[in-house]
Design a binder for this molecule. Structure first.
Ligand SMILES: Nc1nc2c(ncn2[C@@H]2O[C@H](COP(=O)(O)OP(=O)(O)O)[C@@H](O)[C@H]2O)c(=O)[nH]1
Ligand SMILES: [Mg+2]
Ligand SMILES: [Zn+2]
Ligand SMILES: [Zn+2]
Length: 385
């Protein structure tokens, strides 16, 4: 129904339909905002290039158009969106307060400064503004992100990655679309416009990041200092009863199934990264992860400029072991029964729990790049080591 998930097919980030030059409308913008439409010439179509304004007396005459939109859904598109070598996307799913927005903020920041020879550029104004605001909040103001309202479809973030790994004449470019926040009320997909939009995002995403908050486990809540626990929970969750991880896994899976139109009982074959958030809060917990465990060590992937499979397999195993020890075997079974292509990850977006006023210490994200490195290796963008 919607476009393929392969990394080489551009999709409209809003309606997820396949995107072609002929499926876009183009506009010339002059300084006095006299916007007018510019159509593709035969030569533009043939050479697959953006049109140029030919209107007499237009200040922009002779220059390439600056605005575009999707013919199908009418939403704005960055004109250069079509000219990437690969198209990557992922969607963060999880109940409200799981840590999705915090994770995406620090993950994208880390990706920018990962030491990989990459340049990350926002593709549109909306992404630039969102990111500036969020980064400023976390890294300058040292404040946790504001909770996301549920029932509102998130705006996709659009990025261009310039890959300067090999000094080529033509630098490979990847388009990366990030959807933050689906499944906040994960009981079911309703029939509102926002639900339909979220459903499309989930169905079209190249990878699902399914975020679980270990602090919702009753076995964990009993072992953690109340101050850390309260500071690490979204306010409205603090007093609510601990969640049953099995029913949460199943309802998220059903939510995804509905979005992707998959029969009940059939395993979901979208690549799924199961991400345990807020690892920092488990550091000093009795029966937590020991300091000699792989998961507590620095992630090796970015330094190695590839995806270190053995390390990731070890982390996956350690978390599964830990969940078993917490009595959450049924949760793991639910994950494996619902997803075909899964890997378990553990992250801390901040490196330390916030204080009681939700203020952050110096932000030192832990292993936040691991899930995306898994995707990049699968897409053949970084080597698997
Ligand atoms: N200890 C700790 N708490 C976190 C971390 N990330 C998020 N939190 C807490 O979880 C709350 C909700 O996070 P948020 O990213 O807004 O969750 P979302 O609703 O899934 O987008 C935050 O206000 C923090 O209190 C983390 O890495 N460590
Ligand atoms: Mg959020
Ligand atoms: Zn569209
Ligand atoms: Zn013009």
């Amino acid at each position: 129904m919607f476009g393929s998930r392969s990394g080489s097919q551009p999709l409209c980030p809003h309606c997820l339909r396949k995107l072609k030059l002929s499926g876009m409308r183009f506009f010339c913008v002059t300084e006095d905002e006299r916007r007018h439409e510019v159509t593709l010439s035969l030569a533009d179509k043939f050479k697959k290039r953006l049109p140029v304004c030919r209107r007499n007396f237009c200040k922009n005459k002779g220059l390439t158009i600056r605005e575009a939109e999707c013919k199908h859904c009418g939403k704005p598109l960055p004109p250069q969106i079509l000219f990437h070598d690969k198209y990557l996307s992922f969607c963060a799913i999880g109940v409200a307060g799981a840590g999705k927005s915090s994770y995406l903020t620090t993950m994208l920041h880390e990706l920018k400064y990962s030491g990989l020879p990459w340049v990350l550029q926002p593709m549109d104004v909306a992404t630039t503004e969102t990111v500036q605001l969020r980064e400023h909040n976390v890294y300058e103001n040292r404040q946790c992100p504001e909770g996301t309202k549920s029932g509102i479809a998130p705006e996709p973030q659009l990025w261009t990655i310039l890959d300067n790994t090999e000094k080529l004449e033509q630098i490979p470019t990847y388009a990366l679309t990030v959807y933050d926040g689906a499944g906040e009320d994960c009981e079911h997909i309703g029939y509102t416009a926002a639900d339909a939009e979220i459903a499309r995002y989930i169905a079209g995403a190249g990878m699902l990041l399914i975020m679980f908050d270990p602090l919702l486990l009753s076995s964990v809540r009993g072992e953690i200092v109340p101050e850390i626990l309260n500071a690490s929970m979204a306010t409205e969750r603090q007093t609510s009863a601990p969640a049953n991880m099995v029913s949460m896994a199943n309802s998220l899976a059903n939510y995804i199934r509905q979005s992707c139109n998959i029969k009940p009982g059939k395993r979901i074959d979208s690549r799924a990264a199961i991400v345990l958030t807020k690892l920092d809060a488990l550091r000093d917990m009795p029966g937590g992860f020991g300091s000699s465990s792989a998961i507590m060590k620095e992630s090796p992937h970015a330094k190695a400029r590839g995806f270190v499979e053995s390390d990731s397999a070890m982390v996956d195993l350690e978390i599964r072991d830990w969940l078993n020890r917490q009595g959450e075997t049924a949760f793991l079974d639910a994950i494996d029964a619902n997803f075909k292509n899964v890997r378990v990850f553990g992250v801390s977006s901040f490196g330390n729990p916030p204080d009681r006023n939700k203020r952050l210490a110096k932000v030192r994200p832990h292993r936040v790049l691991d899930p995306i490195m898994w995707l990049l290796a699968a897409e053949g963008i970084i080597p698997q080591l």
